[in-house]
Design a protein around this ligand. Structure first.
Ligand SMILES: CC(C)(COP(=O)(O)OP(=O)(O)OC[C@H]1O[C@@H](n2cnc3c(N)ncnc32)[C@H](O)[C@@H]1OP(=O)(O)O)[C@@H](O)C(=O)NCCC(=O)NCCS
Length: 151
């Protein structure tokens, strides 16, 4: 497995991966728009010439927002999600940013566990944030002032 930057040519693969991960996928159009935003970064994990997962991130002022993180169901628990998040954290540190931030469904135990292990802390909740009425948990990974409980 290797980590690499993702490009517009990867959009069909990214959309396929995202579709397998989300009940309301963005699709190629919105993924492409997100990739084109100023301050956007994207990495994928590739194996045998095929992407297994990817993450899109957006630098907004002093924070790195996690736009999306998706791994094909059959390739989960192999460290792809962690690797992608660690790359984003590495870049954010290099750029001297304050924190990483994200929102996640309150029922999304795999993601909540992953983020918890990476040192993210709950900083709030957005009621009925998702179309189906589910709440979003807001999480931050502070990057200054020590490792902040990373495990
Ligand atoms: C969340 C997601 C990206 C994790 O990707 P992944 O490649 O499976 O994660 P990793 O293999 O790097 O897991 C790292 C750690 O996270 C935790 N974790 C991951 N999946 C878990 C699960 N199903 N249950 C409990 N803990 C889990 C574990 O601590 C794991 O370490 P371990 O395998 O050594 O125990 C993946 O499940 C996914 O694509 N889900 C659907 C999309 C999604 O929910 N994205 C996040 C939106 S905010």
């Amino acid at each position: 497995m290797r980590l690499r930057v993702v490009h517009r040519e990867d959009l069909p693969q990214l959309a396929h991966i995202e579709e397998s991960c989300s009940s309301s996928p963005w699709g190629m159009g919105m993924l492409g728009e997100a990739m084109g935003l100023e301050g956007a970064w994207g990495w994928g994990i590739e194996e045998g010439g095929r992407l297994l997962g990817f993450g899109l991130f957006l630098k907004v002022l002093d924070e790195m927002q996690v736009l999306t993180l998706c791994v094909l169901p059959e390739h989960r628990r192999r460290g792809c999600g962690r690797r992608l998040m660690e790359e984003a954290e590495h870049l954010a540190r290099e750029l001297g940013m304050e924190k990483l931030s994200l929102e996640v469904r309150q029922s999304n135990l795999p993601a909540l566990t992953l983020y918890g292990h990476l040192g993210f802390i709950r900083v709030g909740c957005r009621k009925a944030y998702y179309k189906d009425g589910e709440d979003a948990v807001l999480m931050d990974r502070p990057l200054r002032g020590g490792e902040g409980g990373k495990s």
